[in-house]
Design a protein around this ligand. Structure first.
Ligand SMILES: Cc1ncc(COP(=O)(O)O)c(C=O)c1O
Length: 445
C-alpha cells in the first residue's frame, strides 16, 4: 500500500473473549461438547424471555413504522420516558435532549473514546471490561491507565491508588466506573461513589458510569446511580437493554449526559458525540419503541426481582463449589452476573497441566499453551481442552492478577452443577499437577 493502512492503536483491539471461541470451535470440530462460560449472553445460557415481552415485540413487528429509520438521536418519546425515569431518582435532572441512542452500548463505548483528544485519558478499573480498556487504549495508542479493584477487599476500588494516579497524571480527564461491575460482580457502595465524584471535582474531571447492569443487584446489596451522587460534576451514564430484558440482539444502548452545561469543554465533547450520531442514521426503531412499553409494564419489576433472586441463588451455589478450594481467592458477587476467581500468589507456574486422555485433543491443547506466558491462560486452555469448559483468563481483562472469569447465567441446574464441579476439580488437579509429576519421576527413578 502507498501508506501504512493501520491506525497505531488498532493493535490494542485484541479481545480474548472472542479469541477463546476459536479454540472452543476447534474442539467442537473434534466432537467435544462445550460449556460456554465466556460470554454474558443470558439467552445463550437458556434464559427465557417472558411471553408478555415477546407479545410487545411481536405486536411492534406489525407496525409499519418499526421498519423505518428514527430520529438520529433516538425516538423522542422514548428519550422523554427515560429522562423522566432518571429524574424520578431525584439526582441530576435531564431532559430528552440529554439522551443519545447507539447501536448497542458497545457502539456507544467505541464513540465515547474515539472523539476524545488522544492525549486526554480516561482512567478505568483493573480488571476491566475489555471493550472499555481496548477502545480507550486504541484512541490514545497507549496502554490503558487503570486503578485497582481489590480482591482482598470485596473487589472495592482502591481509592488511594485512584487518587494518586489522577493527581500525578495531568492527562487524565475522566474516571470510568462500571457499576455493577463486569468482570468482578462488585457493586460500588455509595461512600465509594461519593469519594470518586469528590476526586473528579477536585481535579476538574468528568465521570463515566457504565450502568448496563444497574437493575441486576441482589443479596440485599445497594448502590446509587451516578446521577444520584454526581452533584454538579459533569458525567455520562451508559445504559442498555442487552442484559436486563435480556435482549442483546436489540443492539440498543444509550448515553445520558449530566451537567452538560457546567463545563464548556465537556459540552463541546457531548456535542461531538451527538454530531457523530447525526452523520449516521439511527436504526433501532423497534427496540426503542419497545423500551417504554417493557419498562412500564406492571410485571416488569416483579420479573426483575425474580430474575435477581435466581442469580443470587446461583451466586450461593457457585460459592459453595469454590469456598473450600485452597488455591484461589473467592468473592461472592452481588451484582451483574460474573464472578472473577483469582489464583493465590505463587500457586501457578508454566509446568502445570490437566490430563487429557484423547491424543488429538492433547496435541491441540499443547499447541495452544506453547509459548503462552500468562499461566492463567495456560489454565484456561487446559480447562477448555480437558473439561470442555470455556472461561476467559483474567490477564485479558487488563489485569496483572492471574485468574479467570465465569458467569452466573446457567439456568439449567444440572449443567450449572456439572460445570462448576469440573472447574473446581480442574483447579485442584492443575495446581497439584507439577507436584504429582515430580513424585512420579522420583518413583520411577
Ligand atoms: C459493562 C458492559 N458494558 C457494555 C456492554 C455492551 O453491551 P451491548 O450488548 O449493549 O453492546 C457489556 C456487554 O457485555 C458490558 O458488560
Amino acid at each position: 500500500m502507498r501508506q501504512d493502512l493501520l491506525h497505531g492503536g488498532s493493535q490494542k483491539l485484541d479481545y480474548e473473549i472472542r479469541d477463546i471461541v476459536k479454540k472452543a470451535e476447534q474442539l467442537q470440530k473434534l466432537g467435544k461438547k462445550i460449556y460456554w462460560e465466556n460470554i454474558g449472553d443470558p439467552i445463550l445460557k437458556n434464559a427465557d424471555v417472558p411471553l408478555w415481552i415477546k407479545e410487545i415485540v411481536s405486536g411492534l413487528t406489525m407496525d409499519n413504522k418499526s421498519y423505518g429509520y428514527c430520529h438520529s438521536k433516538g425516538i423522542v418519546e422514548t428519550r422523554k420516558f427515560l429522562a423522566e425515569k432518571n429524574n424520578d431518582f431525584g439526582g441530576v435532572q435531564i431532559d430528552f435532549d440529554d439522551i443519545l441512542f447507539f447501536n448497542g452500548l458497545g457502539d456507544a463505548i467505541g464513540k465515547l473514546y474515539q472523539f476524545l483528544n488522544p492525549y486526554s485519558r480516561v482512567i478505568g478499573p483493573s480488571p476491566a471490561y475489555s471493550t472499555h480498556s481496548a477502545f480507550e487504549a486504541a484512541h490514545s495508542n497507549k496502554e490503558p491507565i487503570t486503578y485497582n479493584l481489590d480482591p482482598d477487599n470485596n473487589w472495592y476500588p482502591d481509592l488511594e491508588d485512584l487518587y494518586l494516579k489522577v493527581k500525578y497524571n495531568p492527562s487524565i480527564v475522566g474516571i470510568l466506573i462500571i457499576n455493577p461491575d463486569n468482570p468482578t460482580g462488585v457493586v460500588y457502595p455509595e461512600s465509594y461513589l461519593k469519594r470518586i465524584v469528590e476526586i473528579a471535582k477536585e481535579f476538574n474531571l468528568f465521570v463515566v458510569s457504565d450502568e448496563i447492569y444497574g437493575n441486576i443487584i441482589y443479596n440485599d446489596n445497594k448502590t446509587k446511580r451516578l446521577s444520584q451522587v454526581l452533584g454538579d460534576v459533569p458525567g455520562i451514564s451508559l445504559k442498555g437493554i442487552s442484559k436486563e430484558v435480556p435482549w442483546p440482539d436489540s443492539r440498543c444502548g444509550w448515553m445520558e449526559f449530566y451537567n452538560r452545561k457546567a463545563d464548556k469543554n465537556f459540552d463541546e465533547y457531548c456535542q461531538a458525540l451527538e454530531n457523530a450520531k447525526m452523520v449516521e442514521v439511527c436504526c433501532t426503531t423497534l427496540p426503542q419503541t419497545a423500551i417504554p412499553k417493557i419498562f412500564s409494564h406492571p410485571k416488569y419489576y416483579e420479573y426483575l426481582e425474580q430474575k435477581n433472586k435466581s442469580i443470587a441463588n446461583r451466586s450461593t451455589i457457585i460459592g459453595n463449589h469454590f469456598q473450600d478450594v485452597k488455591f484461589i481467592k473467592f468473592n461472592k458477587t452481588n451484582g451483574a452476573f460474573y464472578n472473577t476467581i483469582v489464583f493465590q500468589e505463587g500457586v501457578l507456574n508454566n509446568n502445570q497441566f490437566l490430563k487429557i486422555e484423547d491424543d488429538e485433543t492433547r496435541v491441540l491443547a499443547e499447541s495452544w499453551v506453547e509459548g503462552v506466558e500468562k499461566s492463567d491462560s495456560r489454565f484456561v486452555y487446559y480447562l477448555l481442552a480437558a473439561k470442555g469448559v470455556c472461561v476467559v483468563p483474567l490477564s485479558s481483562f487488563q489485569s496483572d492478577l492471574l485468574g479467570f472469569r465465569i458467569t452466573l447465567l446457567e439456568e439449567n441446574p444440572e449443567v450449572l452443577q456439572y460445570t462448576f464441579v469440573q472447574i473446581a476439580d480442574a483447579i485442584n488437579e492443575f495446581c497439584n499437577s507439577d507436584k504429582v509429576q515430580v513424585a512420579e519421576e522420583v518413583k520411577s527413578y
